[in-house]
Design a binder for this molecule. Structure first.
Ligand SMILES: [Zn+2]
Length: 452
């Protein structure tokens, strides 16, 4: 752990922000450091995938120790979110700083701790784990990268039996979690033009069609009185895994005292297996610059999140159709569909899931939970298309109190340590279970369960 902690500090001290306007050198420096660390643990085959418009992807390979051993693809990313307003940080974002039980700094949790966890597993096995390994460390995940679409174009390179996407973590510290669902996302813009120009509200208000009022009336139809989404055609199902307790969620979200939450049903259903529609932008005169005038034009941007298995176009069409059917005060709306991203739902019954559930329980000393996340990881679908038969697992050293993408990001060393232990236990167990699954007859008649 001391060595891993020191390497995490080195890596997190590099401001590898791969957003436009930020220098490329630190991104490349983080790339080079990870390559050096992989070489240090004896990984011989390391390549650099260079695609236009994105940072280099580290691709490394350790062949399976024997022909029947499965291959596991390990994913993480080495770029980070920008620090944002540095005055909001308690310590400089790119000076990884010890805190009680952990480290504070931009990228320590998202996602450098998880790259270090993969490295820790390789070190524990002296570079020779009991499975074949493919490593994919991406360098422009946070901004968005054409790499998302790349794996299906090279299926042989990305062929594997299981994928571990370590760009996530636990429901809360100490609760080992496998993220099995990611909601899909779609954007929709709605606009209203009613007048050629703003009109004196004293002379015209009361009869002149008010674009802002029309828009607000339309937006008000998206949810029912409880705050549940009221658009027909968006899938909602019960959430079967673990979820937040209400008090925990209130604290996590910083919901003010006495303020009710929106919607009804369990939080798992509201946050993960049901839809959400958020108004993320509104074009209207600002209060500070408001004049006494009827507003001629208004526009809103909606961000729609939907059930992991719902088709993005279907979900988007549901919202677009709902808005187009409205005529607030008789006024039609102009509705434009924007970007979409598919959700993801893991298939959990296979040998890799069995191995991971046991490995997480072993590492944390308590049963693992299935959770989901509202955020999307577009590459998950790219990898799933490249290796359609591979089991996809999402776990890692983050937890929901890490302040990802926010000031004072932090990671707990207990979670990092347990993630390394879990990765080690996972590859050991998976090597056994996957080999048995492939050679079922031999396993059935022979070895007994001595997986201790
Ligand atoms: Zn990330």
């Amino acid at each position: 752990m001391e060595g891993l902690r020191a390497d995490l500090v080195r890596l997190a001290a590099i401001p590898s922000v791969a957003f436009p306007g930020y220098p490329a050198e630190p991104v490349l420096a983080a790339h080079d450091l990870l390559v050096e660390l992989l070489q240090g643990v004896g990984v011989e085959h390391i390549e650099r995938i260079d695609l236009p418009g994105t940072a280099p992807v580290i691709f490394a390979e350790i062949p399976p120790p024997d022909p029947v051993a499965p291959t596991v693809l390990l994913y993480s990313h080495y770029d980070v979110q920008p620090a944002g307003d540095e005055r909001l940080w308690t310590s400089p974002p790119f000076e990884p700083t010890p805190i009680e039980g952990g480290l504070r700094g931009r990228g320590v949790a998202d996602d450098k701790a998880n790259a270090i966890a993969h490295l820790g597993m390789l070190r524990a096995f002296d570079g020779r784990p009991p499975v074949g390994v493919k490593i994919v460390f991406e360098g422009q995940e946070e901004y968005g990268s054409p790499f998302d679409e790349h794996p299906p174009t090279e299926p042989e390179r990305f062929a594997c039996d299981a994928v571990v996407i370590a760009d996530c973590g636990n429901l809360r510290p100490g609760t080992p979690s496998l993220t099995t669902g990611l909601r899909g996302v779609a954007e929709v813009t709605v606009e209203v033009r009613t007048l050629d120009q703003a009109l004196h509200s004293g002379e015209f208000g009361g009869a002149a069609p008010d674009a802002l009022l029309v828009l607000l009336k339309a937006l008000a139809t998206l949810h029912d009185v409880h705050g549940d989404v009221a658009v027909a055609g968006l899938r909602r199902q019960a959430w079967a895994g673990a979820a937040y307790a209400e008090e925990e969620f209130r604290e996590l979200a910083g919901v003010r005292e006495g303020m009710p939450l929106m919607g009804s049903g369990t939080l798992g259903e509201r946050l993960w297996s049901g839809p959400a529609i958020t108004v993320i932008g509104l074009d209207a005169p600002s209060v500070d610059h408001a004049t006494s005038a009827v507003v001629p034009y208004a526009r809103a941007k909606l961000n729609v999140r939907f059930h992991p298995q719902q088709d993005p176009r279907e979900a988007q069409s549901a919202v677009v159709g709902h808005l187009r059917s409205l005529r607030p005060f008789g006024v039609p709306l102009t509705v434009t569909p924007g970007d979409t991203g598919p959700g993801f739902e893991a298939v959990t019954g296979g040998p890799a899931y069995r191995a991971a559930l046991e490995a997480l329980a072993q590492a944390w000393g308590t049963e693992a939970s299935y959770i989901a996340t509202g955020g999307s990881i577009p590459l998950v679908n790219g990898l799933a298309r490249a290796a359609p038969d591979a089991e996809v697992l999402l776990f890692g050293a983050q937890d929901n109190l890490c302040n990802l993408h926010a000031p004072n990001e932090r990671v707990l060393l207990s979670e990092l340590r347990n993630t390394v232990v879990a990765m080690c236990a996972f590859v050991e167990k998976y090597a056994k279970y996957a080999t048995r699954a492939t050679h079922g007859s031999r396993a059935a008649g022979g070895r007994d369960g001595t997986d201790g």
